[in-house]
Design a protein around this ligand. Structure first.
Ligand code: PLP
Length: 433
């Protein structure tokens, strides 16, 4: 494989036209769409119109006239298509952390009612920390135990004592992906509910939460991020999904989620003093929707919907597998003996859309790469020496080119072989890594 071969792959790529949807700075190879997706060209105009027209001229009338009040539901329905979920099953708004608090609380409450002897919330030690911090609160409020296990120990840790499992579908550190349907089946066999965090899956891998004709993951609850592969912009609203069987049960039993705000009320503008939950997923809403951020997220979700005619999420996934596979092979060929260890599975069905490489000086190596225009990110090893950790490279099939993969591997090989990372300026840290 050489640069010319990568350029040939780009010319043959069925998704190549979709890159033009994005504002990508010259001279940058952007491999951090798993942390913050790139800016869609449509976003600045759409948000500008929402500010000047809908807000500036329409003022309060825009809640009705511009459809602000239904915007979260409409974006949720667009998003549902990417998640393999049905209309009216996805609510958009709040952060992933807050959405997780809501759905994990509901999962725990339903389980406490049905299976009072199941006292354990089970998660992964290397889960994204906010998920674990939220799970600590949910467990503490109900006197449950939060049990953290290693990635490989999940299935073995299941049992009648487990009330709910909280798992991130694609691990943020390793890029490792779990077989969702298999985990759900195993957990359900023990009576446990499964809450999935789709932060690194939504917009990156095909999902079938409620099931398509031939696949049905049969999950219980899910949450995810709007600003990663969904390209919704910094701090974009997250989302929550609840299986219709649980929604029906909540309706039948008048069940509520813990942040019972007016936007989740059956009649918000009746201004009743008592809370009555709305039907369906709407009860998972809390406060006033962030309209400007929703306009941006709408544009981000549309960049993925645009892949529909070229094969949709299946085509996105096929290219993602090809990009990550190419990167792993190029790094092996060109950086052998440079002290890198790839911790992302080689088998494509076991990984998401990122490649993670461990290096004893990962922090300055990434800074040196960024200085050369290859933008990935660094994740610290909480138990390791300063500077050691993970070099993360995220591949976004809508805009990442095979030639970008080539350039990234070439620069990485050079930074390591010349030890350019030893320059003291690459040791300086900002607040965000
Ligand atoms: C990115 C990410 C989050 C972020 O949560 P916020 O509430 O949006 O800050 C949560 N969980 C996982 C697994 C993530 O990857």
């Amino acid at each position: 494989m050489d640069r010319a071969a990568c350029e040939r792959l780009d010319r043959a790529d069925p998704l190549r036209a979709l890159r033009a949807q994005f504002e990508l700075p010259e001279g940058i190879v952007y491999l951090d769409g798993n942390s913050l997706g790139a800016l869609p060209k449509a976003t600045a105009r759409r948000v500008g119109d929402a500010i000047r027209g809908e807000w500036g001229r329409g003022l309060i009338r825009s809640w009705n006239d511009a459809g602000w009040i239904d915007l979260a539901r409409r974006v949720g329905d667009d998003l549902a298509q990417l998640l393999g979920a049905g209309r009216g099953q996805v609510v958009v708004g709040d952060s992933t952390s807050v959405n997780l608090y809501k759905v994990l609380s509901v999962a725990a409450d339903l389980q406490c009612k049905d299976r009072p002897s199941a006292r354990v919330l089970l998660s992964e030690r290397s889960n994204f920390p906010t998920d674990l911090y939220i799970a600590e609160s949910v467990a503490a409020q109900r006197g449950l135990e939060l049990l953290l296990v290693e990635h490989d120990a999940l299935l073995a840790a299941l049992g009648p004592h487990v009330a709910a499992v909280l798992w991130t579908h694609v691990n943020y550190r390793t890029g490792r992906m779990l077989p969702m349907a298999e985990v759900n089946r195993a957990a359900h066999a023990h009576g446990a509910a499964v809450v999935w965090d789709l932060a690194h899956s939504a917009g990156a891998v095909p999902l079938a939460l409620t099931g398509a004709a031939d696949i049905d993951a049969d999950a219980d609850f899910a949450v995810g991020c709007g600003y990663k592969y969904l390209n919704g912009g910094p701090g974009a609203p997250g989302f929550a999904w609840v299986h219709p069987r649980h929604l029906r049960r909540l309706e039948a039993e008048g069940g509520r989620q813990p942040l019972s705000g007016w936007m989740g009320h059956a009649a918000p503008f009746a201004f009743e003093p008592g809370y009555r939950p709305a039907d369906g997923i709407q009860r998972f809403a809390t406060g006033t929707p962030p309209v400007l951020a929703l306009r941006a997220l709408e544009c981000g979700v549309a960049t993925l919907a645009a892949a529909g005619p070229a094969g949709g999420m299946a085509a996105v996934r096929a290219k993602s597998v090809a990009l990550t596979d190419l990167f792993i092979r190029l790094v092996e060929d060109r950086c052998g003996g440079c002290g890198l260890t790839c911790i992302t599975p080689r088998r494509p069905e076991e990984r998401g859309s990122q490649v993670s490489l461990v290096h004893p000086h990962a922090f300055p190596v990434m800074q040196a790469l960024i200085a050369r225009g290859i933008v990935g990110d660094f994740r610290a090893d909480p138990d390791g020496a300063a500077g050691s950790g993970i070099l993360r490279f995220g591949f976004t099939p809508l805009y990442t080119q095979f030639a970008d993969v080539w350039a990234a591997a070439e620069q990485l090989a050079e930074v390591l072989s010349t030890e350019a990372w030893r320059d003291p300026r690459y040791a300086q840290r900002g607040a965000v890594t």
